[in-house]
Design a protein around this ligand. Structure first.
Ligand code: FES
Length: 116
């Protein structure tokens, strides 16, 4: 199971060992369950409040699923993703995006650094 390290300039870093069943959970849900104060509002991929920077730490390569349509709209509005990244993601079926919405990103079997 993956480790997720949450990092913030104003809070102490915390690494969470994601337990069985986490493959159906969003990064925001895992953060909330572990008392990690990621800001959020709509929890539906529309407001962008939960935007986080994601770095894959395991050496298996990126495994995170493609961005949702809502994420693409919000991340494009905030200039956090390029059309080239969107096109590559659709071909590879994995996300190489550095920015994600925590309420939309489902954890897969990869160690992540999540900066919020
Ligand atoms: Fe609104 Fe995630 S909480 S986009």
């Amino acid at each position: 199971m993956p480790n997720v390290t949450f990092s913030s300039p104003i809070h102490r870093d915390k690494t969470v060992y994601a337990v069985a069943g986490s493959h159906t959970q969003t990064i925001l849900k895992i953060a909330k369950d572990n008392h990690i104060p990621i800001d959020f509002s709509c929890e539906d991929g529309e407001c962008g409040t939960c935007m986080v920077k994601v770095t894959v730490l395991s050496n298996k390569g990126a495994m995170a699923g493609p961005l949702t349509d809502k994420e693409i709209v919000v991340l494009k509005e905030h200039k956090k993703i390029t059309q080239e990244e969107i096109d590559a993601m659709r071909v590879d079926d994995v996300s190489h995006a550095r920015w994600r919405l925590a309420c939309q990103l489902i954890l897969r079997d990869e160690d992540l650094l999540v900066e919020y």
